[in-house]
Write a protein that binds this ligand. Structure first.
Ligand code: PNS
Length: 164
């Protein structure tokens, strides 16, 4: 009998400050082609994060409870992390044309650094395409209702963060 094929592992990296329903949707979609999805929460984010690394990881774990999904944090180069965990695919979301330039650059840079590690772009459900972590933070900061946009645990964490 021949050995079973190796598990297809996808890495889904991001700041997740905080995780939104859009991120959750992409994780679910990734499981259509990956046996395991490792959500890689970046230690260093471009902007000052609202949530600490520990909070971002904990909220992701609460929002996505699936045995095929693992949440880890990573520091340094994404491609190094992806190799360490045995991933062959990097998943990124594309919501609008405005996302494209940055994503295109990143995908090409990652491919230069790690040939063979492919970036796959996924489009979220149509009604989630306008959601971003930054918009969620802003709406929540001023007391707006984000219940449709994030998991209840994230909504609660935002309320606590902003003292609401
Ligand atoms: O959610 P974000 O902020 O768009 O995620 C960006 C992230 C964390 C995926 C990206 O900045 C990243 O991969 N950082 C790790 C450092 C790295 O590998 N940089 C080179 C990528 S071309």
């Amino acid at each position: 009998m021949s050995a079973p094929p190796p598990a297809r592992i996808a890495v889904y990296p991001g700041s997740f400050d905080p995780v939104t329903r859009g991120h959750e949707d992409l994780i679910r979609r990734s499981l259509a082609f990956a046996d395991r999805v490792i959500v890689a929460v970046a230690v260093n984010v471009a902007k000052q994060a609202l949530f600490t690394l520990e909070e971002r990881v904990a909220l992701m774990r609460e929002a996505v409870r699936d045995p095929a999904v693992e949440v880890q944090s990573f520091d340094g180069l994404l491609v190094r992390f992806a190799r360490q965990v045995g991933a062959t695919v990097i998943v990124r979301g594309l919501r609008a044309v405005s996302d494209f330039e940055y994503e295109f650059q990143m995908a090409l840079m990652n491919r230069t650094l790690a040939p063979g590690l492919e970036t796959v772009f996924l489009v979220p459900a149509f009604d989630l395409t306008y959601i971003s972590s930054s918009l969620v933070r802003e709406v929540a900061r001023f007391g707006g209702d984000v219940s449709e946009l994030v998991h209840p645990a994230v909504q609660q964490a935002l309320r606590r963060k902003f003292g609401l």
